[in-house]
Design a protein around this ligand. Sequence first.
Ligand code: NAP
Length: 280
Amino acid sequence: MPASLTGATRLAGVIGTPIRHSLSPILYNAAFTALELDWAFVAFEVAEGEGAAAVDAARVLGLDGLSVTMPHKEAVIPALDRLSPTAAALGAVNVIGREGSELVGHNTDGAGFVDGLHHDEGIDVSGRRFAIVGAGGAARAVTRAVAEGGATEVVVVNRSPERAEAAVALAGGVGRVGAEADISDVEVVVNATPQGMAHLAALPFDPDLLRSGQIVVDLIYHPPVTALLAAARGRGLTAVNGVGMLIHQAARAFRLWTGQDAPLDAMSAAALGALTRERP
Ligand code: NAP
């Protein structure tokens, strides 16, 4: 945190519910401190149905940046002046920035996924075949981003086929709805379901479908090693958790708000520190 807050301190925050366990204040305040910026970041508990009202309040109060999480990613849209092309395509906003007098909605989740693989793992999405398991907000963002990034095939596998079709529509010509058996035939498998988060032993699919040489990415970051990632590692596969996506979607927000490149090392250290401490 800044040593002292002054009348000149600029404020950013996150709205959502539940919000008290959010890592965002830890990530962004570590970044502001590392760059000695006179900014602070706080979490706002905003009840379902109050997302647009919270954006109106942020506009009046002159907040310089707003991060948006569940359940407000769609509900904030009517309160904004404009959307980025990605946020418009996804119909979901995770970051709000100011451009002059306008509040603009962005969605940095998919780009954060692609950046995380590139920067942290040396893996480029271009030319690769993906299976995305799940078709919710995160899956949709990742599906669009990897297709835009040059993936040659994006197979969406989801228990509700109609939601899988909606996700595939974001992948241009390279998407198709698939079945679990398709998991064996791709290069990169992404778990975009919450299976493995609350129930630690839960698996999103049968790990016997995994094949040698595959990269397995779990969007979950708490716990840092899910049952799926443990199964992938046990088979000698590259296993990547959701911390990279978390850091890099925030890094893009940081750049939008401050105009500066995010201090990735400080943000990663803060996130990993928080994740390894026991969280209430
Ligand atoms: P969401 O919108 O609620 O979507 C969840 C998806 O998972 C849906 O497609 C749902 O299927 C499927 N699903 C849920 N429970 C399932 C089960 N028991 N068996 C099979 N499928 C199941 O959630 P989200 O926002 O996309 O988040 C998904 C995951 O990504 C969460 O674990 C979240 O923490 C993580 N995430 C990580 C980051 C990051 O920065 N690392 C960012 C965003 C999200 P139906 O369509 O059939 O309901």
